[in-house]
Design a protein around this ligand. Structure first.
Ligand SMILES: [Zn+2]
Length: 135
């Protein structure tokens, strides 16, 4: 069965750096961390969290779209700051990402583009969504 891709309402998506900052502040509050800094760029495939700077590099052309790339990077910031990261895309990161995504999309993690993320993330999201469907 293919993943059903529905359009995501605009209230969840980033079009401007302002939206990204709003999302970061709201999520940081919920995950009890200081908001990471944000550097906005129009360069290609931006989307990385820099541990040493506590900074997310993001832009409109980020690898998974600005919104979902921001959520992914934010999950790295949370695991880094709570010092629970076992490996780069390990299980603790994946559980954190799932929690971040569910929070941002108000309990609808299927709205996240799992299919355009790294392999480990895609596999995790697919299995998790399947298990929800079959509960
Ligand atoms: Zn990552």
């Amino acid at each position: 069965m293919g993943v059903c891709i529905t359009s995501v309402p605009k209230s969840y998506t980033i079009e401007r750096v302002y939206d990204a900052r709003m999302i970061l502040e709201r999520l940081s509050d919920k995950f009890s961390i200081e908001p990471p800094r944000l550097k906005w760029s129009h360069g290609r495939r931006r989307g990385i969290y820099l541990n040493h700077d506590d900074c997310i590099l993001l832009g409109p052309r980020a690898w998974s779209g600005p919104t979902d790339t921001l959520l992914h990077c934010f999950a790295h910031a949370v695991t880094h700051k709570h010092q629970v990261e076992d490996s780069y895309h390990g299980l603790k990161f994946l559980d954190t990402l799932w929690h971040v995504v569910s929070t941002h999309y108000d309990g609808m993690p299927e709205r996240y583009s799992w299919y355009s993320d790294h392999n480990a993330v895609f596999e995790y999201g697919r299995n998790k969504l399947r298990s929800l469907r079959w509960d």
